[in-house]
Design a protein around this ligand. Structure first.
Ligand code: 3H9
Length: 689
């Protein structure tokens, strides 16, 4: 029988099965909470029912509270009320878990007396990723089951654990092979037959003892995640809740959790992180490409160039079992490239994150070659040679004659005109940009660059393929630097200008680091290498970069760039660089001065926002949130500040406009001219949306 539109009820041989059916992820929307409350009440009131199974239809168990309801505030019944009823039920309640039991979903399961799971199930408390903490008892119950240390890891990382690990940790009582529901019913009958107890997690204390005796565990844990969690407030709040679980009685701990949850819920970080959750998913939607657009099969990939980029790109494919043909021009370069890949995998294996057999299997999927001909049967070929238009066009011309019809020809160019590259072929509809970010096997972002002629199926295929290789794809149009690098150029221009005017590189970098970037503008250049795009033959010492490269200071890899590096790659400010800026400033008639941190921050970030607005105005990005996704996943913009366009909204576009005009007037430099879109929106009190 249907209890609400989202929950149904059935008595199956004395076991009440309460089924949640709220696609796509069975979130705990109002109708689900209401239905579960009614279902459990009904079962408790019915003498013919001896046990209750909570089960979900579709692809997953409850994946958490309904995030879309957060803005309007919770409607009755509250999750806590519903869970209290289950927790205090006088008949055994069993959660039957498949897919993902996340957040409020796992908290629901923790209020059941027993949990059974399908072998592929995953269980976790990912609230921290939304800038939150589990607010329905998760922080009080989880450590009582899995122990303090594991609970700390789970709530601060948000990473779920698999069914087997959950079984070992006591979070799951049984793994059901075969159909889950019959397995859960059988489990229920056994419990009834055994007259088994109704264990409530809230009554358990044993797993907390160790931390009670050694409270230093919390400080140690804080230290262990300090680097990763820098700038975020939610991890610390989560830790405090687990501390409360250890130091306070259960009901007091629940109050602490509720108080801290409310504080976080009101925080700007939570708002930004929740915005970002939807931004990331929104990026997958392309307005002029219908959902039913067919995708082309991709079974074999070719990569041209076994340098840092090409090698990293190839690793993405073989990591998910897709064979790759990796082409180089010389045996030596090929062997070097394969050696680097092998070295990367060996490192991962040494850290215990990959088995020796995995390394062998992955390397076995890479076929190194010196012949472009060998790419003939590939479904997708990705060119990853250095940034030179003529070289790229030549490669595409040759590929056109070799690769089978219908195959996708992609360039990993980070800035060049994709349309011009496509024009070298007779099939521009099959040409697309796939801009990976370095290190390509690590960074999540993939800019998918749409040329004028790129076919819809090709775009749809590449967006899907990106997810297959665990990337977050964002579709962008053609312009110099696309979305990410074009915005970065604007920031780097100001970083250089600031250094000329008297803010040393390490001050600029510190300001950006304190804002939340993993590194500053100059550190980033040093890491990438100052000689990218630099030519020793044509270099005439006209720029600071020329001078640095000429002096052999080409970045971290040479032990010096904007900074001096020690053998552990620890940077220290370089006196020589300071002298260079003073010299160039004098030559340009600039009188150097002390520059306040706030000015540095504004002058680095406002141009990014302005460039983002121009990109939107020109239709290079589909929506403002796509730019934010590019920045968070590709350039380390702190997710708790949403991304540059979200940040602009939070500052207020009128403020952004006023400050841009201020710098425009002050410098007289058209670099600062505000984008038309920004002016329009700011003047009518609008936002980027
Ligand atoms: C919480 O529980 C708080 C509690 O502690 C206590 C409160 C008192 N709500 O990701 P997908 C949508 S906080 C609403 O593409 P997948 C999503 O937007 C919550 N909507 O699928 C998308 O919509 P669309 C803690 C949600 O298969 C569609 O579902 N839980 C929610 O790659 C498909 O999503 C979490 O943080 C939601 N909770 O991955 C879990 N979740 O199709 C968040 C998803 O219109 N969710 N949607 O774009 C996930 O991690 C993934 O969605 C999941 C599926 C792994 C479940």
């Amino acid at each position: 029988m249907q209890l609400t539109t989202m929950v149904s009820y059935e008595n199956m041989q004395g076991v009440a099965v309460v089924t949640v059916d709220n696609p796509p992820v069975n979130a705990l929307s109002q109708g689900v909470r209401q239905g579960l409350l009614e279902g459990v009440n009904k079962a408790l009131a019915d003498d013919a029912v001896q046990a209750i199974v909570i089960h979900c239809a579709g692809r997953t168990f409850i994946a958490g509270a309904d995030i879309t309801e957060f803005a309007s505030g919770p409607a009755e019944p509250s999750l806590r009320d519903m869970l209290e009823l289950m927790d205090g039920a006088g008949k055994p309640v069993i959660a039957a878990i498949h897919g993902t039991a996340l957040g409020g979903g796992l908290e629901t399961a923790l209020c059941c007396h027993y949990r059974v799971a399908a072998p592929g199930a995953r269980l976790g408390l990912p609230e921290v990723k939304l800038g939150l903490l589990p607010g329905a008892g998760g922080t009080q119950r989880l450590p009582r089951v899995v122990g303090v240390e594991k609970a700390l890891q789970m709530v601060t990382s948000g990473v779920p654990i698999g069914a087997v690990e959950a079984l070992e940790a006591g979070l799951v009582d049984e793994i059901v092979e075969g159909d889950l529901l019959p397995g859960a019913l059988a489990f229920g009958h056994q419990i009834v037959a055994r007259g088994a107890a109704l264990p409530r997690i809230r009554d358990r204390d044993d797993r907390l003892q160790e931390a009670r005796e050694d409270p230093a565990v919390f400080e140690q844990f804080r230290r262990s995640i300090a680097r990763k969690s820098r700038g975020f407030i939610a991890p610390e709040y989560n830790i405090r809740c687990i501390e409360a679980a250890v130091s306070q009685p259960f009901d007091e701990g629940m109050k602490t959790e509720a108080r801290l949850f409310t504080e976080l819920m009101r925080s700007p970080q939570a708002a930004a992180q929740q915005y970002f959750f939807f931004a990331e998913r929104q990026a997958a939607r392309i307005p002029d490409i219908p959902r039913d657009t067919p995708e082309l099969p991709i079974a074999r990939v070719g990569v041209i160039g076994a340098g840092t980029m090409g090698g990293g790109i190839a690793m993405n494919m073989v990591n998910v079992g897709i064979p790759v043909t990796l082409v180089e021009t010389s045996q030596e370069a090929l062997e070097r490239g394969l050696g680097v890949i092998r070295g990367n995998y060996d490192n991962t294996a040494r850290k215990g994150r990959l088995s020796e057999a995995d390394v062998v299997q992955r390397m076995g999927l890479i076929n190194g070659s010196l012949q472009l001909q060998e790419l003939a049967q590939c479904d997708l070929v990705i060119e990853a040679v250095f940034e030179n238009m003529e070289v790229k066009k030549d490669i595409f011309r040759r590929l056109d004659a070799i690769v089978k019809p219908g195959a996708i020809l992609a360039s990993n160019t980070s800035a060049l005109d994709l349309n011009e590259i496509a024009s070298a072929t007779a099939r521009p509809e099959s040409v697309i940009g796939l801009h990976f970010f370095s290190p390509a096997n690590v960074m999540k972002l993939l800019e998918v660059v749409r040329g004028d002629a790129t076919a819809r199926e090709v775009i749809k295929t590449c967006m899907g393929f990106a997810r297959r290789i665990d990337k977050v794809p964002v579709l962008v149009g053609v312009c110099h630097g696309f979305v990410g690098n074009r915005i970065l150029f604007a920031r780097q221009t100001q970083a250089q200008q600031l250094a000329l005017e008297g803010a040393p590189p390490h001050q600029v970098d510190r300001v950006l680091y304190e804002f939340g970037f993993p590194m500053g503008a100059f550190q980033m250049s040093d890491l990438a290498g100052l000689d990218i795009g630099w030519n020793a033959e044509t270099s005439r010492g006209e720029t600071i970069r020329d001078r640095l490269c000429e002096a052999g200071r080409r970045g971290q890899k040479t032990g010096a760039g904007y900074y001096d590096y020690d053998e552990n790659r620890k940077p220290t400010p370089a006196p020589l660089v300071a002298e260079l800026y003073t010299e160039f400033a004098a030559r340009a008639g600039i009188i150097q001065r002390d520059i306040a941190d706030q000015e540095i921050l504004e002058r680095c970030l406002l141009p990014m926002i302005n460039e983002g607005a121009k990109i939107l105005e020109e239709g290079i990005a589909i929506r403002a949130s796509d730019i934010d996704v590019v920045y968070v996943y590709g350039y380390g913009w702190p997710v708790y500040r949403g991304g540059p366009m979200y940040y602009a909204n939070s500052l207020g576009l009128d403020t952004v406009l006023a400050r841009l005009r201020h710098y425009w007037q002050q410098s007289g430099d058209d670099f600062w001219r505000p984008s038309r879109l920004l002016v329009e929106l700011a003047e009518k009190g609008g936002r980027f949306s």
